[in-house]
Ligand binder design. Structure first.
Ligand SMILES: Cc1cc2nc3c(=O)[nH]c(=O)nc-3n(C[C@H](O)[C@H](O)[C@H](O)COP(=O)(O)OP(=O)(O)OC[C@H]3O[C@@H](n4cnc5c(N)ncnc54)[C@H](O)[C@@H]3O)c2cc1C
Length: 816
């Protein structure tokens, strides 16, 4: 019996050492210490020591371990590890590991999270937001842009160029604005809340494209020539990678450049003949300079021995002979400039390669590196901006619009949608704040940017769907007074661009995350690839035993979490957020444990098991989104008024994390392994609940009642109450309705009738003459009625007005 107790004590010691990640040598030493005590008590005999030494010597003595264990592991590893393509390798190499690394560690460092500085605007950036950004939002007439012109009017184009909207990423020394990523995000949020055409037109030149590529890789001559011209708006850029045969699989572009000699401005020079067919290219129809991606070939060896140099990026001026450019696509009724570009055998100098000849073949690396930054900013920010404006507008509309003699926002069914809109808007803003600060700290967070791109664009799709449902027919009838319909139509655009979402979720987030953020996987790959045999063995030994220790530790952590819900763990705050930190810590250990088991059991097949990979990616993403939300809540002073949104975002995300874990385990191909994992990770079923109806009721109320919390939810959005501003008008009408209601109730009481809240102007006249209300109250009622009607009414048209202008012209011609 005593021997068995000591066996348990030794086992417990190993678990504690593993939980605390003491390392191999310390663990052996600690276990030996416990064994000595057990021996002194007379309860551990020679058999116990024999087992201990049989394990400790081969593991603890480095030479024995390397020769007899590591060598075999290395040989097996080399056999099962799939080959990595060059593009995969470059994607893995691109970017940096940031908070995503902590998430994969199994024990995120919350002090580090809260130590990351808060995003701040410089006075210049704030002035830009309050000045030109506010002004251009006021210039926008969405109906004119979307329906009449199918473009922004010339005065908006000019305004954007004059105020350097296209130059937020260009350095000041070239005449650009050189804004922080955080500031760019705030600008794009505000623009997106007003007009999708405006935000995408501004977003693209500030994202992946000539400006970004030149800034990082351009030669001095290219930078000196192009960057000032891009900053002043003299040049409009676009970037052309996608073609009919290569969309998601962009590395497979069939477009080629063949190195050859040719005549250029009267002289024979070394250049390339380009043949390409590109489509979906944003700004292409109006672009003056095209960033072009193609595969460079050198069959005659004019540059060296390498005949296939690989993907290369060049800048092609619009007036280059043979360029077929100018036609437009029509992306889901959101007519930002987008179209195809084609060229056949176009001869251009080698100097057109971004970065010059030395960067020939480096195009893919350049693209993935820049994408890891751009994907963090443009699409997530436009999604967050859209959601914030939607939250305020839908709350206001739901409070103004009445059915069954009640504001529709007071119906429980509608509250569910309002809560989802508000909670998501809070989370989305939190994520853009956190992630753009990461970029400003110098990170190129490729995994984080894929998380932001996927989840924020998906959440925007949910938000706009919910907003449409709450608005009913008002959202559906297009016209100058519809502020939702085009955003709803255009939602799939952001889902598709910059890496379509199915691919992003199923392949990129976890695929790159597991490689880049896991503390040992990349080290093992790098070690196994070393030329020097001894170095290879030493490095692999370090990585593989680190990895085994890490996996065991996460197993112990997962078990501890399963039985205690991390109740006894520390959290940085002791308020009602403490539980979230503890749960997230547990899920982080679960993620690391599931990752290691999956890689161990499935090896290279995991790459093909996309749906498993997607669910692990969901766990990783969920922990990231939750971390960003907790950080925002803290940065804003842990305000109780904002707590409902924070709780909703956390509870929803934790529920989603658990769903992903359960689905992963239910679908894991090896059932015995899946059951064993389940017993360790989640033996008692779910621990997290979805947000309650009570919590959702609180958020619905916040959205429908002006308050500091509601203002923070829409922070920075264009809500000017100037005439013509649809969102400002909604805000004003909401204020008026709320002020008007007590007056209306008084009239009902005096008249002894329960009147409908309609025709308030007429009611005001009657109540004024009956002496129930005064002049000011009557004026308020009249203004409220006018706003109420503007809010609930929709546009109607003559049949002729709806016929597209070109069709009308056609009709006119045939009549003539
Ligand atoms: C409005 C708009 C603007 C754009 N702007 C530009 C631009 O300026 N420059 C530019 O170069 N490109 C641009 N693009 C191209 C954009 O990046 C591509 O559309 C995108 O990469 C997807 O390619 P595809 O549309 O051909 O879809 P496909 O590649 O045909 O994919 C179809 C579906 O299959 C999924 N899929 C594909 N492979 C996998 C996989 N392995 N696992 C799981 N799912 C997978 C995708 O997620 C997608 O849902 C733009 C596209 C649009 C629509």
């Amino acid at each position: 019996m005593a021997e068995f107790v000591w066996f348990l004590i030794v086992l417990l010691t190993l678990c504690v050492a593993s939980y605390k990640r003491l390392g191999l040598v310390n663990t052996i030493a600690l276990t030996a210490g416990v064994m000595i005590i057990g021996t002194l008590f007379g309860d551990i005999g020679w058999l116990g020591w024999l087992v201990f030494l049989a394990l400790a010597i081969p593991l603890g003595v480095s030479d024995i371990r390397k020769t007899h264990i590591t060598k075999k592991l290395l040989a097996f590893y080399k056999k099962v590890m799939p080959e990595m393509s060059r593009t995969e390798q470059e994607a893995i190499d691109a970017g940096t590991v940031w908070w995503d690394g902590d998430i994969f560690s199994g024990k995120p460092d919350w002090d580090k999270l809260h130590g990351i500085p808060k995003g701040r605007l410089t006075p210049e950036e704030q002035a830009f937001l309050d000045g030109p950004v506010e002004e251009v939002c006021g210039m926008v007439d969405e109906w004119e842009i979307n329906h009449k012109l199918a473009d922004m009017p010339p005065e908006i184009w000019e305004f954007l160029k004059k105020h350097k909207f296209f130059a937020m990423i260009i350095k000041k020394k070239y005449g650009g604005l050189e804004f922080s990523a955080y500031a760019q995000s705030r600008v794009l949020q505000k623009l997106a809340g007003t007009s999708a055409v405006l935000s995408s037109t501004v977003g693209v030149p500030n994202s992946l494209g000539p400006g970004e590529l030149l800034g990082h890789y351009g030669t001095k001559e290219q930078q000196d020539y192009y960057l000032p011209r891009l900053a002043s708006g003299e040049e409009i850029p676009c970037f052309a990678l996608t073609g009919p045969e290569a969309g998601s699989d962009a590395g497979a572009i069939p477009d080629v450049g063949v190195v050859c000699k040719g005549e250029w401005k009267g002289e024979e020079i070394l250049g390339m003949r380009l043949t390409f067919d590109k489509r979906y290219i944003t700004l292409a129809p109006v672009a003056t300079v095209i960033g072009l991606a193609f595969k460079l070939q050198d069959p005659d060896g004019l540059l060296g021995d390498n005949a296939d140099l690989g993907i290369t990026c060049a800048l092609i001026p619009r007036d280059t002979k043979g360029l077929d450019i100018g036609r437009r696509h029509f992306p889901l009724n959101t007519p930002f400039q987008n179209g195809p570009i084609r060229g056949e055998d176009i001869f251009v100098p080698l100097d057109y390669i971004i970065g010059g000849q030395k960067m020939a073949g480096q195009g893919w690396r350049m693209l993935v590196e820049c994408l890891s930054v751009g994907r963090c900013i443009t699409l997530p920010s436009t999604a967050a901006g859209g959601a914030k404006t939607c939250a305020l507008a839908t709350g206001a509309y739901a409070r103004i619009r009445r059915q069954f003699r009640l504001p529709v926002g007071k119906m429980e069914g509608v509250e569910e949608m309002l809560a989802r809109i508000g909670g998501n808007a809070y989370l989305m803003d939190a994520v853009t704040r956190f992630s753009t600060v990461g970029v400003d700290l110098g990170e190129k967070p490729s995994v984080v940017s894929a998380i932001c791109k996927y989840h924020l664009t998906e959440k925007m799709r949910q938000v706009i769907n919910d907003a449409m449902d709450v608005h009913g027919g008002k959202g559906i009838m297009l016209g100058p007074n519809n502020y939702l319909g085009r955003a709803y139509e255009g939602a799939p655009i952001s889902i598709t661009v910059e890496g379509a979402n199915i691919l992003t979720r199923n392949m990129m987030i976890f695929g790159q995350g597991a490689m880049r953020c896991h503390p040992y996987v990349l080290k093992e790959i790098e070690a196994a690839a070393k030329e020097d045999r001894q170095e290879q063995l030493d490095d692999f030994d370090k990585a593989v035993f680190g990895h085994i220790g890490f996996a065991l530790s996460n197993k112990v952590r997962s078990l501890w979490f399963a039985f205690t819900s991390n109740y006894f763990s520390s959290a940085p705050f002791s308020d009602d957020t403490a539980r979230y930190y503890k749960l997230l810590k547990g899920y982080s250990a679960n993620l690391a444990f599931m990752t290691d088991v999956s890689m161990g059991v499935l090896g290279g097949d995991l790459k093909r098991k996309e749906r498993l990979s997607a669910r692990l990616g969901d766990v990783l993403s969920g922990i990231y989104l939750a971390s960003a939300t907790l950080k925002r809540y803290d940065e804003e002073g842990r305000l109780q008024e904002d707590a409902p949104m924070m709780h909703w975002a956390l509870q929803t995300t934790l529920f989603d994390i658990e769903t992903a874990i359960i689905d992963f385990l239910d679908n894991f191909p090896s059932r015995p392994v899946a059951l064993a994992m389940k017993a360790i990770i989640i033996p008692f079923g779910r621990r997290c609940e979805k947000p309650s109806d009570r919590l959702e009721h609180k958020i619905a109320n916040i959205l429908q009642q002006p308050s500091a919390a509601r203002a923070r939810l829409g922070d920075g959005q264009y809500l000017s109450r100037e005439e013509g501003s649809l969102f400002g008008d909604l805000e004003q009408t909401l204020d008026n309705v709320l002020k008007c209601e007590p007056v209306f109730e008084r009239i009902c009481k005096e008249k002894g009738q329960k009147l409908p809240f309609t025709r308030l102007d007429k009611l005001a006249d009657e109540a004024l003459s009956d002496g129930i209300i005064n002049d000011d109250e009557a004026a308020l009622m009249r203004e409220t009625e006018a706003g109420r009607l503007r809010t609930i009414n929709v546009d109607d048209f003559d049949h002729e007005e709806l016929i597209a202008a070109s069709a009308k012209k056609q009709k006119g011609k045939s009549a003539a």
